[in-house]
Ligand binder design. Structure first.
Ligand SMILES: NC(=O)c1ccc[n+]([C@@H]2O[C@H](COP(=O)([O-])OP(=O)(O)OC[C@H]3O[C@@H](n4cnc5c(N)ncnc54)[C@H](OP(=O)(O)O)[C@@H]3O)[C@@H](O)[C@H]2O)c1
Length: 272
């Protein structure tokens, strides 16, 4: 820095050198200010928990998925309200206790009224009926982990319909923001993503980009990677990823999806 400055002073004469000197001073001062604030942000970031947002999340259903995701969401700061057909049962009370962070349980409709985010941890066959009973879902983010499937006599899982659960829910709740997420992973890795020795990607689809960002933030705080695959009309494909994973198990192949982003970029610059 000093050598360059001396060279400039010789070349430019004292008046111009003064301007350069002032410019350098301003640049260095600006850099020091930026560096100070960057350090401040870093220190604050390290001092704060992994996530700085805290929503109330209604977990509708207290089966395998509800009782896997509820405590994990609570562990990153969210308050969980379980919506159950039997909120006062011993099983649900034990789940509330295990979840902590001021979790509670009530009926599904009452849980939804308290929440900004609703998770449908329900069997696909009853999902629409339950959603109709939830009341007004306008403005809420609905996380849909549901995998509709029929299983034939040999154990092969298949699509039961030509549409998807997520699209059906979006039609039932047009002013809610449905985001398909968590459908492609197992309940074991929902609880502990480090069970496998590679990152796990949660693919997301949904019509609302901001809602997908919120869900991505939650997934990432839980230790997953995410990838956005577009609007909800592609949920049919995501729901198919479960079918492939489930069917591979018939050959004793157990895996979790990982979609590492390619470093190749878009070589041709053309749109796909
Ligand atoms: N298990 C997995 O590994 C996994 C992984 C990814 C996605 N999924 C998907 O996530 C969804 C939930 O799966 P899960 O394994 O948590 O299912 P589950 O263990 O059967 O639990 C479903 C819960 O839904 C609630 N529910 C409400 N109405 C119901 C009704 N009429 N009949 C039965 N249950 C009713 C129940 O909670 P209350 O008794 O409290 O009402 C029940 O515990 C499914 O659609 C599945 O495809 C599962």
């Amino acid at each position: 820095m000093n050598n360059i400055f001396k060279l400039d002073r010789n070349k430019l004469g004292s008046q111009r050198a003064q301007k350069v000197s002032t410019a350098l001073f301003v640049l260095i001062a600006k850099r020091r200010i930026v560096s100070f604030f960057t350090s401040l942000v870093l220190v604050l970031g390290l001092a704060m928990p992994a996530t700085t947002f805290a929503d109330t999340i209604a977990m509708i259903g207290t089966g395998s998925v509800g009782s896997a995701l509820g405590p994990r969401f609570a562990s990153i700061g969210h308050q969980i309200v379980y919506g159950s057909r039997s909120p006062d049962s011993e099983k649900v009370m034990a789940l509330v206790e295990a979840t902590g962070n001021e979790a509670s349980a009530t009926t599904p409709a009452a849980a939804v009224r308290q929440a900004d985010i609703v998770v449908l941890a329900l069997p696909w066959a009853v999902a629409e009926e339950v959603v109709i009973g939830l009341g007004d879902l306008s403005g809420k983010i609905i996380i849909d982990p549901i995998n509709p499937r029929i299983i034939d006599d040999e154990g092969w899982a298949d699509y039961p319909t030509y549409t998807s659960n997520a699209e059906r829910i979006q039609i039932l709740a047009p002013n809610a923001m449905v985001v398909k997420a968590f459908s492609t992973i197992s309940v074991d890795t929902m609880i502990d993503p480090t069970l496998v020795d590679h990152p796990i990607t949660i693919p997301l689809v949904g019509n609302d980009s901001e809602a997908k960002e919120v869900v991505a933030e939650i997934c990432e705080a839980l230790g997953f990677e995410t990838m956005d695959f577009g609007p909800v009309r592609y949920a049919h494909i995501l729901e198919g990823l479960y079918l492939l994973r489930g069917n591979a198990r018939l050959y004793d192949n157990y895996f979790e999806w990982n979609f590492p982003a390619s470093k190749r970029g878009n070589f041709s610059g053309r749109k796909p």
